[in-house]
Design a protein around this ligand. Structure first.
Ligand SMILES: N[C@@H](CCC(=O)N[C@@H](CS)C(=O)NCC(=O)O)C(=O)O
Length: 141
């Protein structure tokens, strides 16, 4: 499998984390989706990354759908709680609160959850996918 990705992309990051946590081997192809020579449009009519390119050339795109696909095809280890209510506590939502609602301070209100979030953030899959700026090849007007 190959993953078309960009280093600052949160959408690509969640797929990279899922692939790493499931122990699946993949080749990481990094590009800027807005560059003229980006390959994403060849796989995804919307031209967006991430795109998971399967060994037979088929492509899976839309990060949420890629995660659904991975969960269905590679169920072990499961990355989502079976209980739909428990999914509300999954880490990326907490990161969103940190970024957009810092005064809410969810960590102070929910120390056990904060501890869990800190432990998850230390996992190699999270550390290896921290967003990084990427340059454009084409001139941006
Ligand atoms: N709904 C999409 C959003 C993906 C997305 O917006 N990716 C951005 C990079 S972070 C992109 O490829 N943008 C290029 C474009 O819009 O042309 C998903 O979840 O996969």
């Amino acid at each position: 499998m190959k993953l078309l990705s960009a280093t600052p992309s949160p959408y690509a990051r969640k797929v990279r984390i899922a692939l790493a946590e499931k122990g699946l081997r993949f080749e990481l192809l990094t590009e800027v989706p807005w560059d003229a020579d980006a390959s994403a449009p060849a796989y995804n009519p919307l031209g967006k990354i991430p795109v998971l390119i399967l060994d037979d050339g088929e492509a899976v795109f839309e990060s949420s759908f890629i995660l659904e696909w991975l969960e269905a095809k590679h169920p072990e280890p499961p990355l989502r709680p079976a209980d739909i209510d428990a999914r509300l506590a999954v880490g990326s939502a907490l990161g969103y609160l940190d970024l957009h609602l810092p005064d809410f301070d969810w960590a102070l209100r929910h120390p056990a959850l904060a501890d869990r979030f800190a432990r998850i953030s230390e996992r190699p899959s999270f550390a290896a996918t921290l967003p990084q700026a990427q340059g454009f090849k084409d001139r941006v007007v």
